[in-house]
Design a protein around this ligand. Sequence first.
Ligand code: UFG
Length: 336
Amino acid sequence: MRVLITGSAGFIGSHTCVELLENGIQIVGMDNFVNSSPEAVKAVSKITGKEYPFYDCDMLDEGAFEKIFQENSIDAVIHFAGLKAVGESVQKPLEYYHNNIQGTLNLLRLMRKYKVYKLVFSSSATVYGMNNPIPYREDMPIGGTTNPYGSTKFFIETILQDLAKAEPEWKIALLRYFNPVGAHASGLIGENPKGIPNNLMPYISRVAEGTLEKLHVYGGDYDTPDGTGVRDYIHVCDLAAGHLKALEKLDDIQGARAWNLGTGKGISVLEVVHAFEKASGRPIPYSIDPRRPGDLPAFYADASRAKEELNWEAKLSLETMCRDAWNFIVKSQESQ
Ligand code: UFG
């Protein structure tokens, strides 16, 4: 089987490339490096000892995108490519809708033209919006998203559901990620956002390495055990393994099916801070600041469907997530 990975140099994409190559699956990578770098493409080969075709390609460039399908016999696609910064999406909604939705439509048209009907889509727990009780279950209604980024995930899921209903050849996995963190144990790939990080763990990493002064904890008065926000943090290698399981499951399903990829366990901001201090041996100074607009107090997965149907569950602990995220920072500094 040969699988096209869009966004293959990104955080989750690169770890999934490793998981697939290590399990004997051939891959074709593509990325436009808007929020990633060519080093990740090389690092995947270094970790696995395997070379693979890679295209520096933007999915909005239909001609260049089609070339990938012309030059490779693709059997399935894992679609990661997309813009993903929540705050930026509020400032630049047109860019987000154009890139994420038009990019996906280009992909789907090419897949149909080249008769590739198996797709794993990188969705998000954000599709559950603000109206569902926790834990989130896949059979809950989706929508009620709070920002354009989240709406692109919701709209793309809707497009894929409609497509799967209309054209029975399609087999589509909708993977709803919770909060992916950590890094590959080698320290060669990890999360390396450009600019000041928006997400918690990359921000904490920068504080630990000394490039940012302190963490701003967004809200200390939520109705949670310690007052700070609660999320379902999942190690990116567990998440990558979930993609392989979903890919293998596609033969057995008809149409589109959603699976949560989370641990099912809620962890507070301060628990992450303390675990990271322990893993890095560095203090993480922080202040409790006002809540961030649009943040929910707490959410985590009901992860039972993925366990029952994909035979997948998250295995790696918060300690391992922090250890590996820190190891990636240390290794990146060493190689500079
Ligand atoms: N937080 C801080 N300080 C920071 C950054 C985050 O206190 O500097 C807190 C947030 O308030 C929240 C928690 O840390 O309580 C996690 O925040 P992240 O920004 O890391 O993640 P979110 O849960 O807000 O968002 C993530 C992804 C989105 C996705 C969403 C739902 O970034 O892409 O989960 O799945 F849509």
